[in-house]
Design a protein around this ligand. Structure first.
Ligand code: ADP
Ligand code: MG
Length: 250
């Protein structure tokens, strides 16, 4: 199992944002996490990627306990994420944004950078190549010199995915990649996710667009009020009465 989450909880004041969640993410699959607004989906991602420290429970990635590790550690371990609302650096170009994400890959240290050592120059060249490769992969290579913040939301979301991929993850956490996009754009995000999985990268997908979830997911986890209320294949989840009540609202 690539990722194992056991009895994971996060409390904010008196609120259980995530409560006793168990989750197994197998390698090479798409695991979708669905649930109503406020169910704890983004909080779960923040716990996995180390943006929040869990109140209790454990996170094991590739056999190593990474519970409570900070983002710079989890990203080196192989977990990358995108955010529900994109946050690219405003004053920077598309390429500069992706280059910044590459920093975690390099072997050179800040002193190498100051002294411009051969090791630093090798890293710089490799990072440039990697950034362009990932921009090309998401279909944004031609936008390399544009200011990231001036581009449409959908394009910024693609660039955020390039940023995450540039860190060479084994697990990619996508928080509502298709939110606010047209049906056509949603289709193309679906294709992009399939191509990511074909590269051998496992995906956890938080998404409200049910057509996308049903088409892509190998397994679906349903959260409600911080708790896992269902787990199963798309077919099983569609029929689950608890899910229909909590999520589909019928
Ligand atoms: P979802 O992504 O499923 O919509 P969230 O994980 O964003 O849900 O939020 C789950 C609950 O935790 C919500 O009630 C939200 O208000 C609360 N919450 C999330 N982040 C924080 C925070 N940093 N401080 C306090 N409460 C938070
Ligand atoms: Mg959310």
């Amino acid at each position: 199992m690539l990722l194992q989450v056991r009895d994971l909880s996060k409390t904010f004041g008196g609120l259980d944002a995530v409560k006793g969640v168990d989750l197994d993410v197998p390698e090479g699959q798409v695991t979708a996490i669905i649930g109503p607004n406020g169910a704890g989906k983004s909080t779960l991602f923040n716990l996995l990627a180390g943006f929040y420290r869990p109140t209790s429970g454990t996170v094991t990635f590739d056999g190593a306990d990474i519970t409570g590790q900070k983002p710079h550690r989890t990203v080196r371990a192989g977990i990358a994420r995108t955010f529900q609302t994109t946050h690219l650096f405003d004053g920077a170009t598309v390429l500069e944004n992706v280059l910044a994400a590459c920093v975690v890959r390099g072997r050179s240290n800040p002193l190498d950078a100051v002294l411009h050592t051969p090791r630093y120059r090798r890293d710089e060249k490799a990072n440039h190549e990697k950034s362009m490769e990932e921009l090309d992969f998401v279909g944004a290579a031609h936008l390399r010199d544009e200011l990231a913040s001036t581009l449409p939301q959908e394009t910024q979301k693609r660039i955020s995915i390039a940023l995450a991929l540039a860190t060479e993850p084994r697990l990619l956490l996508l928080d509502e990649p298709a939110a606010g996009t047209t049906d056509e754009e949603t289709e193309s995000f679906g294709d992009l996710i399939r191509q990511i999985v074909a590269r051998g990268i496992s995906v956890c997908l938080v998404e409200h667009k049910m057509s996308m979830v049903m088409n892509l997911a190998d397994q679906i986890v349903v959260l409600d009020h911080g708790q896992r209320i269902a787990l199963g294949s798309p077919e099983e989840i569609k029929r689950d009465p608890l899910v229909i009540e909590a999520y589909l609202g019928v």
